[in-house]
Design a protein around this ligand. Structure first.
Ligand SMILES: [Zn+2]
Ligand SMILES: [Zn+2]
Length: 261
């Protein structure tokens, strides 16, 4: 399994990266490549096109409907409708229950048959896994001001043939039971840390580096990639905060970086 960072800046596109957008890929036993987009925030679809022909996407998993996680689905919808031969009408797009209506508001037309109207929309249910080729994607409700989900992706290892590995993605969240379920026993944990200790005191919105590290430590995650840092954060401060409580390897997400598990 391979995670590619398409965008990792928190809450908006930044000078070095689009907002949240990730690609996860793995091959099945026949060698067929499966590709799942996790979130498609502002600017992410442009980077996706430089990594993968969008018509090769098999599934889109949205954590929640804040624009920094879903705005570029509109670009994907335009691509699907107008690129000759794209044939993406039945692309599964899973997210919160309100996803089709919300994206209808963002599209160029309110006509339900306009761009993106043909996608196969699905709503997450707590802990109900969705199979996508050799992947199983299992959502857990997390703690954010809107309906928001984190995911576990189980699938074949790219390092040890025949083994299954798990990638966890926090989405946007504060400390909660859903995050604990996402993090537990992961081979790689992609976790947000938008807030800084003592500066951002609101609760129920985002993790600090310290709280992200605590979730990774409690879940015994093997490796951690920290993401969703706003442009005004000092990444070194966040990295130090995570590492102050989590003893394993920690990486700061960078646009176009990839991680193999
Ligand atoms: Zn966000
Ligand atoms: Zn959010």
């Amino acid at each position: 399994m391979r995670l590619v960072i398409l965008g990792c800046t928190g809450s908006l596109p930044g000078p070095r990266s689009p907002a949240s957008a990730y690609l996860v890929q793995t091959r099945d036993r026949s060698g067929r490549l499966w590709s799942v987009a996790m979130d498609m925030g502002s600017g992410g679809f442009g980077v996706l096109q430089s990594v993968l022909p969008p018509e090769a996407l098999d599934f889109v998993a949205l954590s929640h409907l804040h624009p920094d996680h879903c705005a570029d689905l509109t670009g994907l919808a335009v691509y699907a409708k107008y690129r000759p031969g794209a044939a993406m009408e039945s692309l599964p797009v899973y997210g919160p229950a309100d996803t089709p209506h919300h994206l209808g508001e963002l599209r160029y037309s309110h006509d339900p048959t306009s761009e993106g109207g043909d996608f196969h929309y699905g709503a997450w249910s707590e802990a109900v896994g969705i199979s996508v080729g050799p992947f199983v994607i299992t959502p857990y409700r997390v703690l954010h001001p809107v309906e928001a989900w984190g995911f576990r992706l189980d699938g074949p290892s790219d390092i040890t043939p025949g083994e299954l590995v798990t990638l966890g993605y926090s989405g946007d969240t504060d400390t909660c039971d859903g995050l604990a379920a996402v993090a537990a026993g992961t081979d790689l944990l992609l976790i947000e840390a938008a807030f800084e200790e003592d500066r951002d005191v609101a609760r129920g919105v985002h993790l600090t580096g310290r709280r992200a590290g605590q979730a990774a430590r409690a879940g015994r995650a093997k490796r951690v990639v920290v993401t969703h840092l706003p442009p005004w954060n000092d990444p070194a401060v966040t990295l130090a905060a995570v590492s102050s409580v989590y003893p394993g390897p920690v990486y700061l997400a960078r646009q176009r970086a990839s991680y193999v598990i």
